[in-house]
Design a protein around this ligand. Structure first.
Ligand code: SF4
Ligand code: SF4
Ligand code: SF4
Length: 416
């Protein structure tokens, strides 16, 4: 099902140390023991053997991952590496944390297990991310301090931001400046909000005006092209889309895969298996099964009626809603969980369709302009460009060769 690589979003804890108002998780105090992790890994490797897959990426998140003891992770790392060697597998690890519990004693583990990189989350302005007994500004203050400590320790930080109405009000320029100039990150990704999990008043306000949100992404693309593109800053998902329109490459997020059900599964601390972290923590009716209770992960995935609904979604949505779309080969009808949480069914196109169209058109236009600049740049270097043509080349593209975009720290949709 997943080519020669398999990915899992692993939640060894369903517990969190903060209280974000838009959180889609129904949190519990469950934690995975090392014995349970050993069982999970054994069944995952069995499944990979059956499917002739050698490579595995584990995206670690929660709940909040840093509520687990550091020693647990050291044990987990040894356990997985030893099992991988025995089973002839190659395992990579990615870490997603809110960083509220970060401390320098995590640094060695982050370097050895996670390639010295962490994905974290923050919105600008921060409205919904709060401490249990504190305001959004208290949260922001601690997060900023910890991120800057981690950056000072040489850790690569990628940030996921979810826009709210205040984000649209301040605009793309201020948003970009906050992350890049004030915080100092070189990689961030903007995800669209959705009202997953139990209802509350905040979730009723998460939907944003589609036209305004689309314009925000267009403006953000312009800011990034002017201030970040040639300076090693990546802004997802726009950067990868520009790459896609440039040479067919680019690593697009799960919302734009031909079917996210072909890409990965999520397993939580209780052993439940579902499509991704949102489904596994909030929608029992969409669980594929429990890995502790099933001998074969492959059989469970094959026989799950819940999983079949994900597999069948594009076959229903595309002929109905998307068949005439110019960007069908990129988007495939979008994200099931966004559709489900706004529309009550996953068998419709993504409610952010209008935003995606704005982003696709802008990225396509940007790729065309960059290709033209690249061609003129080449001619300028060989002396075969006219004076008037030379004036059309942006300064930045004349100074250096246009870079290959940096690969992204995170590709799955995460919020924690
Ligand atoms: S976020 Fe959406 S596209 Fe990504 S795995 Fe979950 S349901 Fe699929
Ligand atoms: S952009 Fe809209 S119409 Fe096009 S494939 Fe995506 S959801 Fe369907
Ligand atoms: S969004 Fe993530 S960090 Fe925030 S409360 Fe939920 S699990 Fe915790």
């Amino acid at each position: 099902m997943m080519g020669n690589h398999f990915s899992i979003i692993l939640l060894p804890t369903n517990k969190c140390n903060v209280n974000c108002e838009y959180c889609f998780e129904d949190k519990t105090d469950d934690r995975m023991s090392l014995d349970q992790l050993s069982t999970v890994m054994s069944k995952v490797f069995d499944y990979m053997d059956e499917s002739s897959i050698r490579g595995l990426t584990i995206h670690w998140q929660g709940g909040e991952i840093m509520t687990m003891p550091l020693e647990w992770f050291e044990g987990a790392h040894d356990l997985i590496q030893n099992a991988a060697v025995t089973r002839g597998k190659v395992v990579e690890h990615g870490l997603q944390s809110n960083l509220i519990g970060y401390h320098a004693r995590w640094n060695n583990l982050i370097q050895e297990m996670f390639g010295n990189a962490v994905g974290t989350s923050m919105d600008y302005p921060n409205v919904h991310r709060k401490l249990f007994n504190g305001s959004a500004s208290d949260y922001t203050r601690i997060w900023k301090y910890n991120v800057q400590s981690a950056l000072s320790a040489g850790i690569n930080i990628g940030v996921i931001a979810v826009p709210n109405q205040s984000t649209l009000d301040v605009g793309a320029e201020e948003f970009y400046s906050y992350f890049v100039d004030e915080i100092g990150v070189k990689s961030f990704q903007v995800n669209t909000p959705f009202p997953g999990g139990e209802e509350n008043d905040t979730k009723k306000t998460l939907g944003l005006d589609i036209e305004q949100l689309g314009q925000f992404f267009v403006d953000l693309t312009d800011v990034w092209l002017e201030r970040g593109y040639n300076r090693g800053v990546s802004v997802g998902p726009v950067d990868e889309l520009v790459q896609r329109f440039t040479d067919g490459g680019g690593c697009l997020p799960c919302i734009w895969q031909s079917n996210c059900a072909d890409e990965f599964i999520s397993i939580d601390a209780r052993g439940f298996v579902a499509q991704c972290d949102c489904w596994v923590t909030s929608y029992p009716e969409y669980f594929f099964g429990n890995i502790y209770e099933n001998d074969s992960l492959g059989k469970m995935l094959l026989e799950s009626s819940a999983r079949r609904r994900f597999v069948e979604r594009p076959g229903v949505v595309i002929p109905k809603d998307c068949i005439r779309c110019d960007y069908l080969s990129i988007c495939h009808g979008g994200c099931p969980v966004r559709t489900y949480t706004f529309s009550g069914t996953m068998f419709e196109k993504d409610p952010y369709c209008g935003v995606y169209l704005s982003i696709f058109r802008k990225a396509e236009e940007a790729a065309a302009k960059l290709a033209q600049a690249r061609a003129l740049n080449k001619q300028a270097q060989t002396g075969s460009v006219s004076v008037s043509q030379r004036k059309q080349i942006p300064e930045d593209t004349l100074i250096t060769n246009l870079p290959i975009l940096p690969s992204r720290l995170v590709q799955i949709e995460r919020r924690h």
